[in-house]
Design a protein around this ligand. Structure first.
Ligand code: PRP
Ligand code: URA
Length: 212
């Protein structure tokens, strides 16, 4: 953890950067957007799971015994509705052993503050790795709200996977005091007066599912 609480990984692989460029493009249709977000999530999930604990197992290949590993404790994936749902299938493909919980948060259009409308999580998340999925980290209000909810359920091992972040959101996460690994596919210039990420990609939920 680079400041004692936030461990930030910015993924700069050329394949991630090319897919992210296409995702941002205003001409990209919803169909293409969903597909690109799926591809990006798969790549970011590999990075997010890089330090997961594994346990030794032995399998029999057609030729003989082979030492291998399995995940010691599969994570709970938590998409932040709506836009995080666009990352769920790819995250489950990357980690088929995972279970899934849900948090629904929508920003108030006037204040940009998070309004919670759903929490569906196991009661006890102690000793359980949790991976939060949300494509956009703008002010970080929605992420910090989600981290607060997870902390109330006992979670201490939390990784967030976001496609695009703003420096203001990263700073707010550091100030929140939550201990977090954050995997980002891009770190943008900042926020505009409406708290949208610049250059960003617009409203991720609307681009996935249409305007609310
Ligand atoms: C988007 C996004 C994040 C949030 C980021 O969701 O998916 O959850 O905004 O902004 P913040 O960092 O300033 O909180 P939104 O509230 O638009 O809801 P939606 O996914 O249902 O469209
Ligand atoms: N939510 C989005 O979907 N996009 C932004 O730029 C900011 C918040």
């Amino acid at each position: 953890m680079d400041d004692g609480s936030l461990d930030l990984t910015l993924v700069t692989h050329p394949v991630v950067r090319t897919r992210l460029t296409a995702l941002r493009d205003a001409r990209t249709s919803s169909v293409q957007f969903r597909d690109l977000l799926t591809q990006l999530t798969g790549m970011l999930m590999y990075e997010a799971m890089a330090s997961q604990a594994v346990t030794a197992v032995t399998v029999q290949t057609p030729v003989g015994p082979c030492d291998g590993v399995q995940m010691t404790q599969p994570p709970l994936l938590v998409p932040v509705l709506r836009a995080g749902l666009g990352m769920l299938d790819a995250a489950m493909t990357a980690v088929p052993e995972a279970q899934v919980g849900f948090v629904g948060v929508a920003r108030d259009e006037e204040t940009a503050r998070p309004q919670e409308y759903l929490v569906s999580l196991p009661a006890d998340l102690r000793d359980r790795p949790v991976v939060v999925l949300d494509p956009m980290l703008a002010t970080a209000g929605s992420m910090i709200h989600t981290l607060d909810v997870l902390a109330r359920h006992g979670a201490t091992d939390v990784t967030a996977v976001c496609v695009i972040g703003a420096p203001e959101g990263v700073a707010a996460l550091r100030e929140s005091g939550h201990r977090l690994r954050l995997v980002l596919g891009g770190l943008d210039e900042g926020l505009n007066e409406d708290a949208y990420i610049v250059p960003g990609l617009g409203d991720a939920g609307d681009r996935l599912y249409g305007p609310r």
